[in-house]
Design a protein around this ligand. Structure first.
Ligand SMILES: NC(=O)CC[C@H](N)C(=O)O
Length: 362
C-alpha cells in the first residue's frame, strides 16, 4: 500500500511516496530547470498547476526566502524524484502537498506525448487510488479559471522607488500585476525606474491619473484570454504610452493588437530554451514558463525573436507604436542572464517616446 497517488487524465494512477499530506488537483506540467526550485515554486504563473521537476534531486542547496519571487508557493502540489527534507518542511509549512519516489521520466514522457493534462493527487495515510481519481474528476482546465488574476494580483496599488544606488532615469512604470514575479519589479527599480504595481483589473482612469511613462503587463498564470481588463488597458493606451510585456504580458499585448493566442501541447518550462534574434542572428539561452503562445501576432507587431526548437514567437515589437514584449523571462531568476538588457531597452523606449513627444510639441 502506498501513501500517495497521482491520477492522470490518460487514465493511469501512479504510486508515489507521500511527503506532504493533502488532496488536490491541477494541470500537470514539468520544468526541466536544474536549479531555481525556490524561484519556480514561488512564481505566481504556476497557480492552479501541479509542478513536476524533471531534475531528480530538488532541494540540495536549501531554502532561502531571499530567492522567493512572491510571498507564497503557487503550484497546487509539487512532484520530484526526490525532495530534500528542507524543501519538504517548507512545503508542509505552506500546506502544499508533495510526492516523490516516482518515475518522473515517465510523467514527463506522458505529458510530451499526451500534451498538458489534468491530474488529481491524494497523499496521506490510508488514501486510495480512488481518492486521487475523485480529485481528477473535479479538476478544471487552465482556461476555465476565469478569474485567476484575482488569486495572484495585489489588491491595491503599491509604489516602489528606485534603488538608492540606481542611475537617475526618471521613469514611472505602471506594472499591471497579473501575477508578477518580484524580480521584474526589482529589475526595473535597480535601473532607476519608479514602479507602480497595479491590480490586474485596474481601470483606464487609474492609469490615466498616474500618467505613466510605460505600461508594462506582467507574467501571470493561465489563459491570457482571462485577462480582459489588462487587454483593455493596452487597447486604450497603446500609441500614446510605450507598452512592454513579459510572458502572459506578451500574449495580452498581442491580443490587444488583433493577434491570437493558443494553448501549446506541453509548453516551455526550463532555463535553457534557445531563442534566436532575427535581426542579429544571435541565439541566447532563456528562462521560460508558459503553456500558451502567440499564434498570429496581428497586423501591427513584428515577430523579432523566435524559439529555435519550435519557431514560436519569443519577441514582438513595433517601433511605430513603441511596443516591446518577450515571451520568455528576461529577469531570469532562475536562469541565465543573457537577456537582462531587455529592461534597459524598455527604459530606452521611454527616452525615445519622450524625445518624440517633445519634438511634436515644438
Ligand atoms: N509565465 C507566464 O506569464 C505564463 C503565461 C501564461 N499563463 C502561459 O501559461 O502561457
Amino acid at each position: 500500500m502506498s501513501d500517495a497517488y497521482v491520477a492522470l487524465e490518460d487514465g493511469r494512477v501512479v504510486e508515489a511516496r507521500g511527503r506532504v499530506p493533502g488532496r488536490t488537483r491541477g494541470e500537470l506540467v514539468f520544468t526541466t530547470a536544474y536549479t531555481g526550485y525556490e524561484e519556480s515554486l514561488t512564481d505566481p504563473s504556476y497557480e492552479e498547476q501541479v509542478l513536476t521537476f524533471s531534475y531528480p534531486l530538488i532541494g540540495n542547496y536549501g531554502v532561502r526566502d531571499e530567492r522567493f519571487e512572491s510571498d507564497r508557493v503557487h503550484p497546487r502540489a509539487a512532484v520530484a524524484r526526490e525532495f530534500t527534507d528542507e524543501v519538504v518542511e517548507w512545503l508542509a509549512d505552506e500546506g502544499v502537498p508533495a510526492v516523490d519516489h516516482l518515475d518522473t521520466r515517465d510523467l514527463v514522457t506522458a505529458i510530451r506525448e499526451g500534451g498538458a493534462m489534468k491530474c488529481g493527487i491524494a497523499v496521506g495515510e490510508g488514501v486510495t487510488p480512488e481518492d486521487a481519481k475523485a480529485e481528477l474528476a473535479e479538476c478544471k482546465g487552465m482556461s476555465e479559471h476565469m478569474d485567476i488574476g484575482a488569486q495572484v494580483s495585489v489588491d491595491a496599488s503599491e509604489t516602489y522607488e528606485p534603488d538608492a544606488d540606481a542611475p537617475d532615469v526618471d521613469a514611472e512604470v505602471a506594472l499591471i500585476d497579473c501575477g508578477a514575479k518580484g524580480s521584474i519589479r526589482s529589475s526595473l527599480t535597480e535601473r532607476g525606474a519608479t514602479v507602480h504595481v497595479l491590480p490586474y483589473d485596474t481601470t483606464s482612469e487609474t492609469v490615466a491619473d498616474l500618467d505613466p511613462d510605460v505600461l508594462f503587463v506582467s507574467n501571470g498564470p493561465g489563459d491570457p484570454a482571462n485577462f480582459g481588463a489588462a487587454q483593455a488597458l493596452v487597447e486604450e493606451f497603446v500609441g500614446e504610452v510605450p507598452v512592454a510585456g513579459i510572458c502572459l504580458g506578451q500574449q495580452v499585448v498581442a491580443r490587444a493588437l488583433g493577434g491570437t493566442t493558443e494553448k501549446m501541447d506541453f509548453g516551455h518550462r526550463g532555463v535553457n530554451q534557445p531563442v534566436r534574434d532575427l535581426d542579429s542572428g544571435k541565439v541566447v539561452m532563456t528562462t521560460q514558463n508558459h503553456g500558451y503562445t502567440v499564434g498570429d501576432p496581428g497586423p501591427e507587431l513584428d515577430v523579432t525573436q523566435v524559439n529555435v526548437n519550435d519557431d514560436t514567437a519569443e519577441g514582438l515589437e513595433s517601433d511605430e507604436l513603441g511596443v516591446l514584449t518577450r515571451q520568455y523571462h528576461p529577469e531570469a531568476n532562475p536562469g541565465p542572464h543573457d537577456s537582462l538588457g531587455f529592461f534597459d531597452d524598455v527604459l530606452e523606449l521611454v527616452e525615445t517616446d519622450r524625445a518624440r513627444k517633445l519634438a511634436a510639441s515644438d
